[in-house]
Design a protein around this ligand. Structure first.
Ligand code: ATP
Ligand code: MG
Length: 458
């Protein structure tokens, strides 16, 4: 008897076709822009010792108290699938002995995260984040640059019109102590109107209540005191400097005194990029300054700042804006008869060597092969018949226009580029022209400067 088809586990999803292309595009753009800002990419393990998160994120955070995928492995160690990557990056800084030299370290990452949440649009149990961290910089310029990089990525993706930066400060320890007392006084007076979770938070960490998604809490939060009446002069000065630098970076923002962020480790700057285009899941990128996290991992005090963004949410914004990247259009190589197959394979591989996306069907007559070419979205076909091959020629057919021409094999790339429907062929043609015009192999020049540089340093 046939087995019932299996489904993906609740809260997980497959990335296929256009969805994969959007997802990949988000990560590639982020990676490229982060590199322009001097961030190097790190990859830390997907699971860690549970203590990395329990210590790092604080046990009053929603993530640690309700959302972690933690289990004992076969050896009895408590393991957790990472719910976020900042704690892992800080752990890696310490474990790899990088806390003393070359600070600040600027780190970019991308990868899957896991949280046991109620799945809905834009909220999954396995989701993906991109993120950056500047480790070991106490200056407000670092906060502003981190935010500017996030904004640049959104601009480059073309979704910046739909998002707004909201910023706040959580002050320094002294500011938060004073604010904490004011919040306890306020919420204690409204204790009965609080959700059960928030009554617990009132004891452990009243700031958490400001981040509650419970409608009852939200109503109370609207009237709560803000931290701005409790900032020390130093904290207020830091916040003013961040805003000044944001102006210099030309990043627009609005202030929102309610932003506290979901994790326990923040101080000073806290920010979110929010959108009204994703229903309830309105935050696409969030972050701030965290000054105690590296110490929690056993390292020295290392003031740091960073953000993380949800790849699925950015990808939904791309889709809504009609910005799904197109799939590349291949060239279909069509041999007529078995005798033409070796020559067809030769053409196929030389096009691929040039960087042209090219495909060959594994069987079928010309009609079948043309049908297949249309199904895979090919822009052009190269038809290789016995007669053409004997004359060193091929037929290039523009599959959109239906027009075709006979060309000599050495002219194939140019003819494909001229169809205007195969982007990779146009790009390859451009590259070959550039190479010819530049003459010298540019790699040689690189090697020369490297050598000189090394000698200079030695
Ligand atoms: P939210 O308030 O939406 O639960 P959060 O404060 O828990 O978000 P962070 O821990 O700051 O989120 O993570 C940064 C970003 O990662 C979020 O702004 C969001 O874009 C994305 N993200 C967080 N949780 C999920 C999830 N379960 N599914 C998809 N994306 C998520
Ligand atoms: Mg959350």
């Amino acid at each position: 008897m046939a087995q019932a088809p299996l489904q993906p586990a609740r809260g997980t999803h497959d990335l296929i076709g256009a969805e994969f292309r959007r997802h990949h595009h988000v990560i590639e753009v982020a990676r490229r822009i982060a590199a322009l800002y001097g961030f190097e990419e790190w990859a830390t393990p997907i699971f860690e010792d549970t203590r990395v998160f329990a210590r790092g994120l604080g046990d009053t955070s929603d993530v640690v108290s309700k959302e972690m995928y933690s289990f004992a492995d076969r050896g009895g160690e408590s393991i957790t699938l990472r719910p976020e990557n900042t704690a892992g990056v800080c752990r890696a800084l310490v474990s790899n002995g990088l806390t003393q030299s070359n600070l600040p370290r600027k780190v970019f990452y991308a990868g899957p995260m896991f949280r046991y949440e109620r799945p809905q649009k834009g909220r999954y149990r396995q989701f993906h984040q991109i993120g950056i961290e500047v480790l070991g910089a106490a200056e407000p310029l670092a906060d502003a640059e981190v935010i500017a990089c996030g904004w640049h990525i959104q601009q480059e993706l073309g979704i910046d019109e739909g998002t707004v930066l909201e910023i706040n400060t959580l002050g320094d320890a002294a500011s938060r102590e004073a604010y904490r007392a004011a919040l306890i006084a306020y919420f204690a007076a409204h204790r009965d109107a609080l959700s059960e979770d928030s009554r617990t938070r009132l004891e452990k960490n009243p700031l958490r209540i400001l981040d509650s998604k419970d409608p009852k809490d939200k109503a109370l939060v609207a009237g709560a005191p803000t931290i701005h009446d409790h900032l020390t002069a130093e904290a207020a000065g830091f916040y003013a400097a961040v805003k000044r630098h944001l102006d210099a970076f030309e990043v627009p923002f609005r202030e929102n005194p309610r932003i506290v962020r979901g994790l326990d480790y923040y101080s000073h700057t806290a920010f979110e990029f929010v959108t009204d285009r994703l229903g309830a899941q309105g935050t696409v990128m969030g972050g701030g300054r965290y000054n105690g996290l590296v110490e929690e991992m056993g390292g020295p005090p290392t003031p740091s700042v960073g953000w993380a963004a949800g790849v699925e949410r950015l990808s939904l914004l791309l889709e809504a804006a009609g910005l799904t990247p197109a799939a590349p259009r291949p060239v279909a190589i069509i041999p007529i008869g078995e005798a033409a197959e070796p020559a067809a394979i030769d053409v196929l591989q030389s096009l691929r060597d040039y960087g042209v996306v090219a495909e060959i069907a594994y069987r079928g007559n010309m009609k079948r092969r043309l049908e297949r070419a249309n199904r895979i979205g090919a822009g052009a076909a190269v038809i290789l018949g016995e007669e053409e091959l004997a004359a060193g020629m091929a037929v290039v057919r523009n599959l959109d226009a239906g027009s075709q021409e006979r060309v000599a094999l050495p002219d194939l790339l140019r003819a494909l580029a001229e169809t205007g429907v195969v982007e990779s062929a146009a790009q390859a043609m451009l590259n070959s022209i550039l190479e010819e015009e530049l003459g010298d192999d540019p790699e040689d020049t690189d090697a020369d400067t490297d050598e000189d540089g090394d000698e200079g340093r030695a």
